[in-house]
Structure formats: C-alpha cells, structure tokens
Design a protein around this ligand. Structure first.
Ligand SMILES: Cc1cc2nc3c(=O)[nH]c(=O)nc-3n(C[C@H](O)[C@H](O)[C@H](O)COP(=O)(O)OP(=O)(O)OC[C@H]3O[C@@H](n4cnc5c(N)ncnc54)[C@H](O)[C@@H]3O)c2cc1C
Length: 419
C-alpha cells in the first residue's frame, strides 16, 4: 500500500490496547510517529488477562503458546521476557471416561477429514463432512469434541471448511506461558511507548475528514493523520464510522460469529503434577501446570461453545462446573470458595472469546477487514492470516501488519517472519 506513506503521517491513534494494538503502536512509534493509544479498560492486554490467585498466576484469557508462535517468541525475547514450559503438551488430554482413540488414529482421522473438507461442496455441514470422511465412530466423536471446544462454537453451526483446523488440534506441541503471566507481554509493549496508554478511554466514533481522522469518545476528541482500529470483531458494529463502512463490509463483519468461552481457576489444597483431562460427557477440559507460581496448586478449566457453558450453568456461577470438575478429577481437593470464573461473553470490552473463522482463506473474512482508507486500518486476531486467527500470535502478527500497511512498508518475504 503506498498512499499512506506519501502522506507521511506524523500522528497516529491506535484504538485498543490488546496485543494487536500494542504491537501496532510499538512499530509506529519506532518509525517516528507520535502515537496515542486509546483503551476502554483500566488495564492493557485485552483478552490476555493474568490474575493473582492463591499466591500464583492464572490466565483468565489467552494462555497457551504452542508451536509456530515465532512472533510471540521474538517479541518476548526482545522484551526480555521468558516463555516457560507448562509441563503439559497442547492439545493432548486424557479423555474421561477413556481410553479413547490413540494419537495415531486421531491424527489420521484429522488429516482425512481436513482433506475431505478441502473439496467439500460449499455449504456442507462440518458434522456431515466428518461423518463421510472418517469411518471410525470413536475417532469422529473425539475430533468433533476437540473442534467444538477449540473453536468454542457449536459444531452444528460450523461448515466443512472448519475441519481444516483439525490436524493442528491433534498435533502435540509443548505448551508454554509467559513467566509471571502472559499479560506481561502487553505491559512491556506499553512500557516501550513514549507516552502512557490512555486507559478508561472508550472510542465511540471514527470520523474521516479528508485526509484527517477524528477519533471521538466520551469527553475527548483527537485529530490524527492515521488510525489503527484494534478492538474485537464483536464490538466493531458498535463503533460509528463516518462515512459509514460500505454495506458489504458491515454485513461481512456482522456475519462472522464470535465464539463463547469461559475459564475456571481454583486453588487446590495440595500440589498436583501437571496433567490435562477432558470430560467426554460434559465437554470441558481441565489442567494443572508447573508454571503457575505455586508448582501445581491451582486447577484450570476451559469450556467452549454456548451449549457446553449452558450445561455447566456458568451464568449462575462456578458451582456446577466445580462439581463436575470434582467428578472428572477425583482427589483434586479444591478450595471452592476461592474459585475464579471468567465468562468472556459478559465482558463489556470483548463480548465473546474470539472470531470463528475457518482457518483457510475466507471471502467473508477478507471483506470484513479491508481497510476503509489507506490511513485507516484494522488489526486484531480476527484480521490475522487464516491459520492464526483467534490466537495471541495472530494478534501480534496483525498489529505488525497494520503498522506496515500504514507506513507503506512491504510485507516480509518469508511467511513465518513478520517481525
Ligand atoms: C478465554 C480465552 C482463551 C484463549 N486462549 C488462547 C490460548 O490459549 N492461546 C492463544 O494463542 N490465544 C488464546 N486466546 C485468544 C487470544 O487471547 C486473543 O486472540 C488475543 O488476545 C486478541 O488480541 P487482540 O489485540 O486482537 O484483542 P483484545 O485483546 O481483545 O484487545 C482489544 C482491546 O480493545 C479494547 N476496546 C474494545 N472496544 C474499545 C473501544 N470502543 N475503545 C477503546 N478500546 C476498546 C478492549 O478493551 C481490548 O483491550 C484466548 C482467548 C480467550 C478469550
């Protein structure tokens, strides 16, 4: 993209201080722009949110850093932050009741399903494509469970293209986290900016006036020459654009669902070795890790997709989920009254977990993220390359890409090396 660089912006706004917005801001500031980051919350990090619990650290949002997270690794290294092994592999987990199919069978099934999906008739349902591709019922069942859990969206709402995610969902990789909490990445990026992030500053409107942009919120207005909008997809329809986004783009944004997920963390009365288990019946999974600062005295759990959360009665609090966790994992001995439940659907500045995109090129996704103008671009996990949407890595990559777009820089040649 050239015109933005011809315009030589001197002042830019970044809306949203999640990893995407902060990665963009860091690059723009490094290129000599005056950058103002506006964040609705009172903290940075967005859907990466590390909290103290029972003397340790839990991740209420984005947690696992797995294989291929090259930009995350480089960003952490550059910021002097260590990534530490969790003592469990992702996405491996014991199925209960088990034993369930072995890793070889799952891997073969996932690859067969992904290959079938690539040539499926448009509109074929994921479940139907899976049924047609994988003969072994037990393998099919686990693949369906894993896909629904990871995408945090009901399987019956997905079409066959989403099966493209399956091979990654059964391929073992070491799981890591940031030492001391993933949110440190966001805090360290923010600390590198020349000025403080303006927290408590929700943006309501982006108004383009010729080549200038006015960024407007409650009690503030800012005139800039370039802007990165790095808020979650689910909140974009609330942001007023003047002139409005083209109908096709607004419709594309509205058509991409945001997933529904919740996490539970609960202190334990004794230390537990790192382990990961999944409930075949209730479709949530749970883990302990060595890297929580307590050496395994916290149990963590994930539930993805609205029907799963509904059956766990998440809206009413952690009680039913804790009971089912106890049944899945006898001997945990949790301190139930200190449980920490996070339902991202109820989070005012997220309204869900992440974008539900198929992991392969998708015209809906392309239409949704097209820059409205050369000096106004989108960032955020939903704008990442297809294989990285919904991830920490994707957020960081998208921020770097947005900054490059504004600066009129060429994309890096190697697919895996954007920073
Ligand atoms: C429960 C959960 C578990 C996850 N697990 C993993 C995982 O294990 N591994 C992984 O790689 N990824 C995981 N993810 C995904 C990952 O956390 C996200 O993809 C990533 O953090 C998104 O970053 P972002 O910058 O795009 O958006 P966000 O982090 O949401 O940042 C957007 C920011 O914009 C702000 N904002 C919103 N509206 C406005 C407004 N109007 N004005 C100003 N500011 C505004 C928000 O407050 C927020 O700070 C998980 C996500 C969730 C929710």
């Amino acid at each position: 993209m050239g015109p933005a660089s011809d315009r030589n912006p001197r002042r830019a706004a970044v809306v949203g201080a999640g990893l995407a917005g902060l990665a963009a801001a860091e690059r723009l500031a490094a290129a000599g722009l005056e950058v103002v980051v506006l964040e609705a919350r009172e903290r940075v990090g967005g859907r990466v949110w590390s909290a103290q619990l029972a003397g340790g650290v839990v991740e209420r949002g984005g947690e696992f850093v797995t294989s291929g997270y090259s930009v995350t690794e480089r960003t952490a290294a550059r910021l002097g932050i260590a990534l530490v092994g969790m003592g469990i592999d992702y996405p491996d987990r014991e199925l209960h009741p088990g034993p369930g199919p072995g890793p070889g069978a799952l891997r073969r099934g996932a690859e067969t399903a992904a290959a079938a999906a690539a040539v499926a008739t448009p509109g074929t349902a994921a479940a139907a494509a899976l049924d047609g591709a994988v003969a072994d019922g037990a393998v099919r069942e686990v693949l369906a469970m894993r896909l629904q859990s990871a995408l945090a969206h009901p399987l019956d709402a997905l079409d066959a293209r989403f099966l493209a995610h399956l091979p990654d969902l059964v391929t073992t990789a070491e799981a890591r986290r940031v030492d001391g909490g993933n949110q440190r990445l966001a805090e360290a990026l923010a600390a590198r900016l020349p000025g403080p992030v303006r927290t408590g500053s929700a943006v309501r409107e982006i108004r383009r006036e010729g080549d200038a942009i006015r960024v407007i919120g409650e009690g503030f207005e800012l005139g800039v020459e370039a802007c990165v909008v790095a808020i979650p997809l689910a909140l974009l329809p609330e942001l007023r654009f003047d002139p409005p986004l083209p109908d096709r783009q607004a419709e594309a944004i509205a058509a991409i669902p945001t997933s529904r997920a919740a996490k539970l963390a609960v202190p334990l009365r004794s230390r537990h070795a790192p382990r990961a288990l999944m409930s075949a019946r209730h479709r949530f999974w749970a883990w302990t890790t060595v890297c929580d600062g307590t050496g395994g005295r916290i149990a963590n759990a994930w539930a993805g997709a609205a029907p799963v959360l509904g059956r766990l009665a998440v809206e009413a609090g952690p009680a039913r989920w804790l009971a089912r966790l106890g049944a899945l994992w006898p001997g945990l001995d949790p301190v139930a009254e200190d449980a920490l439940l996070t339902d991202w659907q109820r989070d005012r500045w997220a309204r869900g977990a992440y974008s539900v995109l198929p992991g392969i090129a998708d015209p809906r996704g392309d239409a949704a993220i097209a820059p409205p103008a050369p000096n106004l671009v989108f960032a955020g996990e939903h704008t990442a390359e297809p294989e990285w949407t919904g991830t920490i890595e994707g957020a960081l990559r998208s921020g770097a890409r947005a900054a490059r777009d504004l600066l009129g820089e060429e994309p890096p040649r190697a697919r895996a090396g954007p920073s």
